[in-house]
Design a binder for this molecule. Structure first.
Ligand SMILES: NC(=O)c1ccc[n+]([C@@H]2O[C@H](COP(=O)([O-])OP(=O)(O)OC[C@H]3O[C@@H](n4cnc5c(N)ncnc54)[C@H](O)[C@@H]3O)[C@@H](O)[C@H]2O)c1
Length: 355
């Protein structure tokens, strides 16, 4: 499959994976295999899990400690950190000064933690980015290209809508923590919206628990990002729709003055196996009016193809092939700030109805 949706580094660097959990197995390693990025070694405190993953993907080394992974990493290695946010304050300080580091979202448990991690990355001169890979999903990259080419006119409406059954039990580290849905899931959409529309001036949000997920904080969210009176951006998620596939929804939709694009995110319809993504375009016909919806061919899906993008960008940045690191940690802090505002908005409550 061609990887035309993402610029690749001329010389890929060896990767050391810190963390050998579900996301490394389901997306990181399959993506790196497709892209031809070498994975030199793995570390996870669960040694048996790391050994099994290494055997399944032909990774040559399993390290017995983080210190050993750092000490024996090959020159020019990229550290690929995929651990719960709560483990970042222990992992990042152990990495070598000046190393390239890709960090799974979220960038800390909250905005205060993100700021501390940012200061640490700056102090240690880490070339650090956060793995907001939805930005580089093939369907998103194609939508971005069509919008930049003016195909749908001026973008004035961006909607993300998710009505699915998410198997939260896959992530036992989420049980009992105060923030779940926005911090661990809708953060992708917040980051995506920022990548298209820039910084919102504020956010209205309400995030709600689900009666069938008693061990989890809120898992359903309604959010409107404020871009003034002529541009709408909304994120609506319900991860507790356990009523079969018939009425599941999972899409990003962009509406412009001349046309619209809709991207089905197939992943969430059957996580983590997923169904294919699908992009459709409604462009103006010869008479200038919106025509029929047409499928737009895609070069891959969110899982695993999107995961090539942030790693490729970091390698190119570390190699000096580009001065741009789109999801650098300072930018990730802006996404964390919107997440923080969303939780504050939800906690503060809505405008009371006048008597
Ligand atoms: N689309 C996405 O980008 C996406 C999807 C799923 C998960 N994630 C993120 O990836 C991270 C991991 O999620 P997961 O699905 O793999 O969870 P998981 O529970 O399957 O795995 C987490 C792994 O981290 C390991 N770990 C914990 N502390 C560690 C430490 N100090 N050093 C090394 N390893 C450590 C655990 O032993 C475990 O194997 C989370 O931050 C999550 O938000 C991102």
């Amino acid at each position: 499959m061609a990887l035309s949706f993402v610029p690749l580094p001329t010389s890929p660097r060896p990767i050391i994976s810190i963390g050998a959990g579900g996301i490394v197995r389901d997306a990181h390693l399959p993506a790196y295999k497709l892209a031809g990025f070498p994975v030199a070694g793995l570390f996870d405190p669960d040694g048996a899990k790391a050994a099994k993953l290494a055997a399944d993907f032909g990774v040559p080394r399993v390290f017995s400690s983080l210190a050993e992974a750092v000490a024996q990493a090959p020159a020019h290695a990229v550290f690929d950190v995929a651990v719960p946010a709560s483990a970042l304050p222990e992992v990042l300080p152990a990495l070598p000064d000046g190393a390239p580091v890709l960090i799974q979202k979220p960038f800390g448990d909250n905005l205060a933690a993100a700021r501390q991690l940012l200061a640490l990355c700056e102090r240690r001169r880490l070339l650090a980015a956060v793995n907001f890979q939805l930005r580089t999903a093939p369907g998103v990259a194609e939508a971005r290209r069509l919008i930049a080419a003016g195909v749908i006119g001026e973008l004035h409406d961006l909607e993300v809508r998710v009505t699915v059954y998410t198997p939260w039990q896959l992530w036992t580290f989420l049980e009992g923590i105060p923030r779940v849905e926005i911090l661990y899931h809708s953060i992708h959409y917040v980051d995506l919206v920022r990548s298209f529309l820039g910084e919102p001036t504020g956010v209205h949000a309400k995030t709600t628990c689900h009666p069938l997920a008693p061990k989890l904080a809120a898992t359903r969210t309604t959010m409107a990002l404020d871009y003034g009176d002529a541009l709408r951006a909304t994120i609506t998620t319900n991860h507790g729709h356990h009523f079969g596939g018939a009425h599941q929804e999972s899409y990003v939709k962009w509406e412009g003055t001349r046309g619209a694009l809709k991207l089905r995110l197939g992943l969430l319809l059957d996580y983590p196996r997923g169904e294919p993504d699908a992009l459709a375009l409604c462009a103006p016909g010869a008479d200038g009016r919106p025509g029929d919806w047409q499928p737009v061919p895609l070069a891959g899906n969110w899982f695993p193809h999107a995961f090539i993008g942030p790693m490729a960008a970091l390698m190119r940045f570390a190699n000096g092939e580009t001065a741009d690191l789109p999801t650098r940690v300072a930018d990730a802090c802006r996404t964390m700030a919107v997440v923080e505002a969303a939780y504050e908005s939800s906690a503060r409550g809505a405008t009371p109805i006048p008597a």
